[in-house]
Ligand binder design. Sequence first.
Ligand code: GCB
Length: 628
Amino acid sequence: MKEKSGNYQSDIHNSGYESEYLESMLESSDLINIAGRETESLNGKWNFAEDLYDTCRRAHWFRGESCGFSDAQVPLDYDWESWEPISVPAVWNLEKHELHYFEGSGVYTRTFHYYPKSKGERLILRFEGAAYRTSVFLNGKLIGTHDGASTPFNADISDAVKTFNRIIVVADAGRNPLRIPMENTDWFNYGGIYRDVYLVRLPQVYIKDWFIRLCPDGTFSNIIADIDIQGADKSYVYGKALLEIKELRIKQEIDISNGKGSVKVSAKPELWNPENPKLYDVEISFCKIDEFKASKQKDGGFKSSDNVKDRIGFREIKTKGQEIFLNGKKIFLRGVCVHEDHFALGKTTNPEIIRQTICDLKEMNGNYFRLAHYPHDGRFARIADEEGVLLWEEVPVYWAVAFDNAGTYKDAENQLCELILRDRNRASVIIWSVGNENADTDSRLGFMSALAKKAKELDDSRLVSAACLINHEKLKIEDRLSDFLDVIGINEYYGWYDPEFDKLPRILNNSNPGKPVLVCEFGGDARSGQRGSVDDLWTEDRQKRLYEQQTETFKKCSYIAGTTPWILYDFRCPRRLNRYQEKFNRKGLIDADRVTRKPAFYVMQKFYEEKKQIDCFPDTDVNADNSV
Ligand code: GCB
């Protein structure tokens, strides 16, 4: 603690001012599954100011909630109502030209009225995504701070809300070497509240979460449901939950004690798969133990105090030897990587964009996306469930994060948990990835193996992977993390960053991974419309040739179980400063306009057409012994 003098001014001489905001973090343990619940949107115009010196938090501006600028007795440096309106959700970088490279704190504020609809109801304030340290204030009080740009968070504001409310959100986009992601990435650092914000009303005791899936026992005949109930004091929540899946004639009572209940029910659901993305309507209701007897109804149901609805698909994903099996059938993952980056909207997206992205994948004969390098909007997995697309989802443990720092691990694990809790009821999601391109050091091994274990602990119905580096010295697929992964992901850029393409077939022949391998990245840059010979860098011709070489090589390798070239669309990237790139990574198979196909797109289309034929007539069953 620094010595303070008599004329110390705490709003100025306060370099450690941020710590008070980090005392109440909004974390995965607070996350409420709000799928299928009624929401009240807080999207729209908010007042906004770029607060380069973080004065709102430094000088506690948020405390002056009630007095407007005009009735203040002392001069104020802020003036909520006169601040320029800005859209929520949106990245500020594309809202105003001056904010294109702004990486400081943006202060957002708006008001709302609240009238309770039922006695004792709880009110939840939910953010689907804000970048990348966000402090939320309501009526002059700190509600909490969230770290991470791409996962949802919520706060129970029941005790702070009034009839007329002012909400203030400070979204700090400043890159930081100790956080996830760290300060150096190969994508654009968009800032702001860029995903939906809303209010959700809940009863006093409510269904906090549910995890409903096919039991991964190879029989396709059992469904497991875990239910989590939250009350004022979780440990005293006792009662009954009811799980109903009408189409499967399931109506199953579940005992809830200490806020938790689990059940395994036998059922023969039609299995979800890309050709037949069958989803079932699932309903869960809850009744407290002291109200249970009186609430019993003749049809076996009961009058519930809370209920939720979801649409869930049932499928099994497994590996055996060096192959991946979906519902017992061998599958080749015909994929492509995609960033959320959109030319006009940045990281903000909408259902039309997501559906168009899926159409582009299907045009390429694909069935699978690697959603790189951070959790994409939650609607992606929902729409993929409907459209029959498989997904790899990832947390931004990207490159050289501070693997030996305990706080960095906590941040990574929290984001992983938030992602898994958000999406583990989505059949489309088959792989959790714990990171990308991290050098094989001891501290990285400890950090990422712990993440892999955490993913398994939260979810036994999916595969765990990471996009690893190849051992370039030994020319071999070799990474100590592989022992903790179900599937080994590799990134390789032979023919591009390393011009000696022949190393790739040597590496593949030289390796015996013993597990399925996904080529998570390969490719090269081509400026759309740039022509030349196959030797000319940055041309479509060179990129096409590279894709031909790569796909021909993959065809000869038995343990490659899927591929995701880098990348579907060109994307903004401030590190890319040559005349062809002009601040874009140009490795897209489609231009940043999301329309213009480059010739390499059709090379992938042809490769996947061939792979699709094999998938249509599979000769391999998970029960057969296919070990190599
Ligand atoms: C990689 C990274 C990816 C980059 C890509 C590139 O290995 O995983 O984020 O954008 O290479 O274009 O260099």
